[in-house]
Design a protein around this ligand. Structure first.
Ligand SMILES: [Zn+2]
Length: 1076
């Protein structure tokens, strides 16, 4: 019944027209694969095209597919030596004496006042006179009050930008409106703000001892502010008295107002329970210099509330900027945090949803950049999803002439082009070249020198917009065909037996009705195709004219080809009946298959060949059960070796196997073929290699260990649905241009680079981000600022070629204090995570961790030395206000599985996290490194308000509590041992916690307010996040709880790694060493 072909290619050449004769007509019944001898190619793996072209080392592939520069052994921040502070001043400092040093010594007191004034100025309509406050850690109030008062002008930044947003933006028709000129530079840099953290006052404390518990540092009593002493905004702490402080959002720290006696003040031994002890010496995976150095005399336990709180920072920003309109008209403006709910209004700069930066003020010189060691990077999510209340990007069509560009640097027309000579010329903001305005584009200038059609043209007044691309931007100068989705299902024994194959087939019947489509169009034009495989591949002809689908088998996996062109990729709606028929039959056809071996690389190869033949780009959805062990190109073997952990060879576990997959990734990128891999393994699969094609083609990798339909089915289907339906572009090339003085030097993402400038992505979806690092190649001017233009050329879901442009203008500064005032912790962490995760491909993990700590200490020491008050005690830890929670994130990153050398961790899991993070945006890395922990036990089930998240520490849990924890990839419902039977009854319909079944993955649907409320919280989160999360229900002190505990990132790591408190102490000590 089954006709098996080998060397079909040769055969095909001779018999193309009779091909259908040797197809299998599926309606004739089941096919028992195992009964048929499948003749494998005897050639084995021979070096014939396309596999023969693998050239080790090409294009920096080995170095994690970076640009050629990436192949050098150490680069970026992972090779530089730490610059000691007693080094002579750098040239940059000498040029500008003010650069490194704060001009006037400003006390902490005055810093606080200034900070508040600045914040007030920024939002006078919202917070007319909030109380002065800043996070102050450890400084006794007395000494704070004794410090000199403010010395800098405090009103210089009041109301810098209160223009009404122009009505033109975000509306289909743009009308000029009365408004101030956009892009006006910020008038005055905000005054600096510091977060001091003092050393232990006790004489006997070890020198590098833990930072003091926060003695509140007082701000001036607020004018017209509510009385002090209101309950804290922060997390309700479980058992510790809450930190006192009024709920004034955005005031930089938890300690405004009068110091509450006895709470959060000086050390109060005995008051601080829980495991937050002093440093724990000898922990595995601890600090490079050895945590034992921290060990000294027994230390008193510290109040965790005294160190900067991420949840407080998040909450403060939400209060300050949440539910407001964020207009992008100001150069170098620091946007709201990624966690804050806001509405962005484009007024000349790209929304932070598309672009975020590590700092919005770049140092003017390379020396200054080197001095502070703050990485300069932008995280770009070019196709980011916009909320419903923000309008989609305008599409500009300049007809056959195409978009207007600078003749020299090829930057696209944007708000940074300056029109001169009555509108006949424009000067490029990037390279300063003066260009002629093409006649059709000519327009007169108004009295302000602005084109009179300024508000009618998105490319003149907006930060983000799209151009319709002309044929010049298309492959072979032909308009692209609509993209295709190919579903490739592993039908080997395990996948069939688990019920997965049936589940996929059933789901596709409904999912294919919801294929994504071009904005505004009625139906999807995406073509679909189907392949099943084990050791051989089965292609299906689902042409609409057929009564039954036809199967064609290709067993020669060494020389993969697609045996049919017509009828393989079809329009779903046209071929619906035949596809339904096929999806109904597939599970039955392989029901009795005993085949357990599979191929993998030939599957991807088949997909590329199919897209190539159809001359379209697209995506492969591969559902694979195990490591490919069948004799075929790309066959893998188990190379997991725990003995390599903690050695110089540990990096090999993360390096993909060279050869076949390397070439395959290039083929995929060249043909606009993206690969999404869904893995269902029961053991090691060499994920580093199997995921190498997806992670360089803009694809995603999903993994479901020991998949069971009952417990993992819904979780997988949610992922699949999200993945299939998400907005996506194909065959993309991204180019990042900058104004003179600096340039993009390195790129991180699910990308491929053939040269140093063009970021190639076979596909890019709404969740994929590229992190771009910048370096100086000259000095930058404070007047002109720094400009970034990201241009993404891609094919839309509807098959249109487009250019999406994002523009962003940054400040430049010769004052380090300005730089630290414009930093964004969440973006910094995104950059550090990606650069560290790439560095572990080349360097021992120990070195990478060491570099992370050194750079953290260096950045903070530089701030301490150059920007903090000269009068503050030398031993005080003072953190930049916008970086005050940087250490907790950095510590969490260092404890993340790729950076923890523990034999207890799965190599595949570590590899998966490493690769996933590479494509993440700032929002995703923020949540990953600081999970959200929601107390659910005392919320009002009838309220719409979500409970405020609490800090990720055991301290915050309670025996009678119930908490939901999620980090975008995992979700836990944690139940304290003492949970009340009423609570358990309401949620689980069980008499007590003891009756709870292990492995429960869903909450029963019960008709009571609490059950409904909790399920709605869970569902909202699942809806909101890019990935699905499996819900784990864990009981306090049950064995599975250990998995949950590793997400309590403020605590000591389960597999090594310090607690937040210990890390802060350690960093403080490092800083002090740097400063002496
Ligand atoms: Zn130019």
């Amino acid at each position: 019944m089954v006709v098996v072909f080998t060397n079909l290619r040769r055969w095909m050449l001779a018999h193309t027209r009779t091909l259908t004769r040797i197809t299998v007509f599926l309606h004739e019944g089941k096919v028992n694969q195992h009964k048929h001898q499948i003749k494998m190619s005897q050639q084995g793996y021979v070096a014939t095209p396309p596999y023969s072209q693998a050239q080790p080392g090409m294009g920096g592939y080995q170095g994690g597919y970076g640009p050629p520069g990436a192949t050098q052994a150490f680069y970026g921040h992972y090779g530089g030596t730490t610059q000691p502070y007693n080094a002579p001043p750098t040239a940059g400092m000498m040029k500008s004496p003010a650069a490194g040093m704060t001009p006037t010594p400003v006390s902490q007191y005055s810093q606080n006042v200034q900070q508040n004034v600045q914040q007030n100025g920024a939002h006078p309509h919202r917070y007319p006179a909030p109380p002065a406050a800043s996070a102050a850690y450890g400084q006794p109030p007395q000494s704070s009050y004794n410090t000199p008062g403010p010395q800098s002008p405090v009103n210089s930044v009041a109301q810098p930008h209160l223009q009404r947003p122009p009505p033109a933006m975000g509306q289909p028709h743009m009308h000029p409106g009365p408004q101030s000129p956009p892009m006006s530079p910020q008038m005055t840099a905000p005054p600096m703000a510091g977060t001091p953290l003092s050393p232990p006052p006790t004489a006997g404390a070890p020198q590098m001892g833990a930072p003091q518990m926060g003695a509140p540092l007082m701000g001036a009593p607020p004018m017209g502010a509510p009385p002090m002493g209101a309950p804290p905004m922060g997390a309700p702490s479980m058992g510790n008295p809450p930190m006192a402080g009024p709920p004034m959002g955005g005031m930089g720290g938890p300690f405004p107002g009068s110091p509450p006696p006895g709470v959060g003040g000086f050390q109060q031994p005995g008051q601080f329970g829980g495991p937050m002890g002093g440093p724990q010496p000898g922990m595995p995976g601890g600090f490079p210099s050895g945590p034992s150095q921290l060990a000294g005399p027994p230390q008193k336990k510290l109040d965790p509330d005294s160190i900067p709180s991420p949840t407080q920072v998040i909450e403060d920003d939400q209060l300050r900027q949440g539910e407001q309109i964020y207009t992008t008209n100001i150069r170098g403006q620091v946007p709201p945090l990624v966690t804050t709910q806001f509405t962005a209004q484009d007024q000349g700069n790209a929304s932070p949803r598309f672009m975020r930066c590590t700092s919005y003020s770049l140092p003017c010189t390379a020396d200054l950049a080197k001095q502070c060691q703050v990485p300069l990077a932008s995280i770009i999510k070019p196709l980011a999803r916009l909320p419903n209340n923000e309008s989609p990007l305008h599409v500009v069509n300049h007809g056959e002439s195409g978009p207007i560009r600078c003749n020299r640097c090829k930057a696209y027309m944007c708000p940074f082009m300056q029109f001169t000579e009555g509108g006949r010329r424009f000067q490029c903001g990037f390279c300063n070249c003066v260009n002629e305005v093409p006649m059709p584009y000519f327009q007169h200038l108004d009295h302000m020198g602005r084109r009179v059609d300024f508000y009618e043209r998105p490319e003149l007044c907006l930060g983000s917009y799209e151009f319709a691309a002309t044929l010049d931007y298309c492959k072979n100068n032909k308009p692209p065909n609509p993209p295709a989705f190919i579903f490739m299902i592993d039908v080997s024994y395990n996948n069939v037996k688990s019920g997965l194959v049936k589940m996929i087939c059933d789901e596709l019947k409904t999912l294919l009705e919801k294929l994504p489509k071009e904005e505004g169009s009625e139906s999807s034009v995406i073509k679909v195709g189907f392949v099943t495989y084990n050791k051989v591949l089965h292609f299906y002809n689902v042409k609409s004219a057929l009564a039954q689908p036809q199967m064609m088998v290709v067993s020669d996996t060494a020389e993969m080809f697609v045996p049919l062109l017509d009828g393989f990729l079809v329009n779903y709606q046209d071929s619906k009946a035949v596809i339904y028929n096929l999806l109904d039959q597939i599970p039955d056809m392989f029901a009795n298959s005993n085949e357990s071996e599979t191929v993998f690389a030939p599957v991807i190869q088949a997909g590329v060949e199919a897209l190539k033949a159809a001359e379209c780009s697209g995506k492969l959805f591969i559902f694979q059960s195990a490591m490919p062990t069948a004799e075929a190109p790309g066959k893998l073997k188990n190379r997991d070796d725990k003995k390599l952990i903690n050695t110089d060879k540990e990096k090999t576990l993360f390096q993909p196997q060279k050869g076949v997959y390397e070439q395959l990734a290039k083929d995929c990128v060249a043909n606009g073929c993206s690969v999404d891999l869904f893995l269902f393994p029961s053991q090691y699969v060499d994920l580093s290699t199997m995921a190498s094609v997806p992670s360089h083609t803009g694809g995603s990798v999903y993994k479901y260990n020991n998949f069971q339909v009952e417990t993992d089915g819904e979780h997988f289907l949610r992922d699949l649905r999200k993945d299939v339906q998400k907005p996506i572009g194909f065959d993309a090339v991204m180019r990042v241009r900058t104004s003179t003085g600096f340039r993009a030097t390195d790129f991180f993402g699910a990308i491929h680079m053939n040269n140093t400038t063009d970021v190639e992505m076979a596909s890019v979806d709404c969740d994929k981000a590229v992190t771009v690092e910048f370096k100086h190649d000259d000095s930058l001017g404070e007047d002109t600022g720094a400009l970034i233009q990201c241009a993404l050329l891609y094919t839309t879901l509807g098959g249109q070629r487009r250019l999406r442009i994002h523009n962003l203008s940054l400040n430049c500064t010769s004052q380090l204090s300005n730089l630290y005032k414009s930093c964004e912790t969440d973006s910094l962490i995104n950059f550090f995570a990606k650069s560290a995760y790439r560095a572990i491909l080349k360097q021992p993990i120990k070195n990478v961790r060491e570099i992370l700590v050194n750079q953290t200490a260096h950045m903070l020491a530089c701030y301490r030395k150059n920007c903090a008050s000269a009068t503050s005690a030398a031993s005080q830890l003072i953190l930049p206000d916008l970086m005050k929670v940087f250490p907790v994130y950095m510590n969490s990153l260092m404890k993340s599985s790729p950076l923890v050398a523990s034999t207890e961790l799965s190599t595949d899991e570590r590899a998966l996290q490493r690769l996933s993070v590479m494509a993440m945006g700032v929002e995703e890395t923020q949540l990953l490194f600081y999970p959200r922990l929601l107390p659910l036990h005392n919320m009002d089930p009838n309220s719409d308000v979500l409970p405020a998240p609490v800090r990720c520490s055991e301290e915050r849990l309670s025996d009678t509590g119930m908490f939901l924890l999620e980090n975008g990839h995992s979700m836990f419902l944690w139940l304290g041992q003492g949970s009340s039977p009423d609570l358990i009854q309401s949620i689980f319909n069980l008499p007590s916690l003891a009756h709870l079944q292990p492995n429960m993955a869903n909450l029963p649907e019960l008709e009571n307010p609490l059950s409904k409320k909790i399920r709605s919280i869970v569902n909202d989160l699942l809806e909101k996040r890019p990935n699905s999360m499996k819900l784990h229900i864990v009981r306090q002190k049950d064995q599975p709880e250990i998995v949950f505990r590793q997400f309590l990132v403020e605590d000591k790591g389960l597999h090594g790694g310090a607690s937040y408190m210990d890390f802060l102490c350690f960093v403080h000590r490092e800083i002090r060493q740097l400063l002496t």
